[in-house]
Design a protein around this ligand. Structure first.
Ligand code: UDP
Length: 314
């Protein structure tokens, strides 16, 4: 099998490329390195992996056959997409259109990574795929939420007009090794702060919730979705829900940190609660996450320790 993975040098893209190669794929990876890092793909075997520095919003040319396209090319952390709002919107609109056209040309199956952000600040809990969401179209998260929603609509309409094989994964918060240490998300922030014994920055009172899925579970879910003949969106996430303040306490405990918790302003439009209903994924894909939060953190913390800041000598 030959797959195209866009965003291959990112956190999820690099894990997915590795997974596909381990499953005997030849992978062509595209990334413009706006948030990804060449370091993430440095160890992939040259015989099984080809890297192309490129941007999906520009013309994409790939020689030879492609059986499957996995689209993971988009900034995903609030810090990054708010720094590159227009680029993010074009990646999820023009970029997705270009990939859909490529999929038609190559007769390839196309999997798009959408997001739990399509539910916005949800009024239904847990979030089920049939929920339309509660999104502010002009808020600070709109460049991401709305463009991901546009991408879903575009894919569904291409699927209906051209009868192509498309898949849409709505990914909930995922964590693990290779997250960028400075992408501003809660996992890198808290883990880096804890291992450096610096204050842990909880936004608001930390009462807001998220449900964190370990990266290997997410990747397995994406792969199974690609193999499943279902073109409507499917939630991929871990239904174990935690308050952000609880996450801070767990990370302090697991790292043996001396950090204190400090409270900062809550960002505008930050969703209050988030938890996937994964009944559909369980039924369609015979999939559910295997790795709980503490186990996943124990696999993630050692990776961040390589970036520990040197403490000044007293
Ligand atoms: N958060 C926090 N402190 C931080 C970074 C994030 O309290 O240093 C909170 C943030 O307000 C949100 C949650 O953690 O409620 C998850 O934020 P993240 O940026 O990781 O992802 P999101 O799910 O909001 O896209």
């Amino acid at each position: 099998m030959r797959a195209l993975v866009t965003g291959c040098a990112g956190f999820l893209g690099s894990h997915l490329s590795e997974y596909l190669i381990a499953n005997d794929y030849y992978v062509i990876g595209i990334d413009n390195l706006c948030t990804g890092s060449a370091e993430n793909i440095r160890n992939l075997p040259k015989k099984k992996f080809k890297f192309v520095k490129g941007d999906i919003t520009k013309k994409i040319k790939v020689a030879g056959k492609i059986d499957e396209i996995y689209n993971l090319a988009s900034p995903a952390s609030p810090l990054h997409y708010q720094r590159m709002p227009i680029e993010t919107m074009f990646a999820n609109s023009l970029g997705v259109k270009n990939l859909l056209e490529l999929a038609i040309k190559k007769d390839a199956a196309f999997l798009h990574t959408s997001t739990s952000e399509v539910y916005g600040n949800p009024l239904i809990h847990p979030q089920v795929e049939s929920y339309f969401g509660n999104v502010n179209p002009i808020g600070p998260r709109a460049c991401y939420d709305e463009s991901k929603r546009f991408a879903e609509a575009l894919i569904i309409n291409y699927q209906q007009r051209f009868g192509m094989k498309t898949r849409i994964a709505r990914i909930f918060n995922t964590y693990g090794p290779r997250m960028a240490i400075n992408d501003g998300r809660v996992m890198p922030n808290f883990i880096m702060q804890a291992i450096n014994n610096e204050p842990i920055t909880v936004y608001g009172k930390g009462e807001q919730t998220r449900s964190f899925c370990y990266v290997s579970d997410t990747i397995e879910g994406l792969y199974r979705l690609m193999k499943c003949n279902y073109s409507m969106p499917v939630n991929i996430g871990n239904p174990q829900e935690n308050k952000i303040i609880e996450l801070a306490e767990i990370i302090i405990k697991l790292t043996g940190s001396k950090s204190k918790i400090i409270y900062k302003d809550m960002p505008k439009d930050d969703p209050e609660r988030r938890k996937p209903d994964i009944s559909l994924a369980k039924k369609l894909l015979s999939w559910e996450p295997k790795i709980g939060l503490e186990e996943g953190l124990s696999k993630t913390i050692p990776w961040f320790r390589q970036f520990v800041r040197k403490q000044p000598k007293r």
